[in-house]
Design a binder for this molecule. Sequence first.
Ligand SMILES: [Zn+2]
Length: 309
Amino acid sequence: MKRPLKLKAVILVLLVVVLPTALAQHLNAQGPATFSGQRAFDAMRHLVAFGPRPPGSESLAESRRWIIHQLLLAGCHVDQDPFVASTPIGPIKMVNIIATIPGASPSVIMLAGHYDTKLFNDIRFVGANDGGSSAAFLLEMARILGRRKNKYTYWLVFFDGEEAIQTWSATDSLYGSRHLVQKLSADGDLSRMQAMILVDMIADKKLDIRRDGNSTPWLSDLLFKAADRLGYSHDFLKNQLTAVEDDHIPFINAGVSALDIIDLDYGPENSFWHSAQDTLDQCSPQSLEIVGRVVTALLQELDNSPRIH
Ligand SMILES: [Zn+2]
């Protein structure tokens, strides 16, 4: 009788002590549930390695497969939203990626950005900041939000076709967001949206985010208040105004409260924007982390805001 008893004791020790410790170590290996600028930067590097990623290209399809894989690893439910866009150079097949993280409430907060890069025939444009940073940011947010219990349901949306195929106009730009607003409206899901938070070009080493006059004022107020509270008033310039056309505009036009967090001051006199200089070495993990911390604080504010329900 002694031996089996000992064996039982060993098994008990294994179950009670060793297994939980191993599990805890495994969870720790994934890192704490706070926004890691370095991890987001690594994702950006991975996306840049696919090369230029214009709509309809094989490299964009490859990066889409990689993004979806990362989202599934983060525990998200992932939908693809394919459509054919009429562009000045003919029809192009585009695909939005939508990751869902269910919360206690069916009301939705959308976090969004674009993952396409602008088509150029004369330069090699890899869009580290413009297209890379937004997608990398969303992947890192998926990792955090997927590991905690959330009050609201989150949709993490990676827009295709944000950039103009030729020259920016009402019909040659924002293909993915214009399509998704129509689809959500037709499906009756647009009314579930309480807020949309868009990020674009947020990895510039020299971060300066201005107040976007096209965004919904109460959301901007919450953003800059959160930035001030965290000590980032040198990066979030609440007194400097700008007005940006970006993927939030179709949502604003449809009556959804929306906010664009964008740094359109990239290099001397914005000269790195839409140029071959939009590369990893102009970006920093610190900038991504600052935006990550501020957005995390903003989400907390939204959890307590009487404006949403
Ligand atoms: Zn752009």
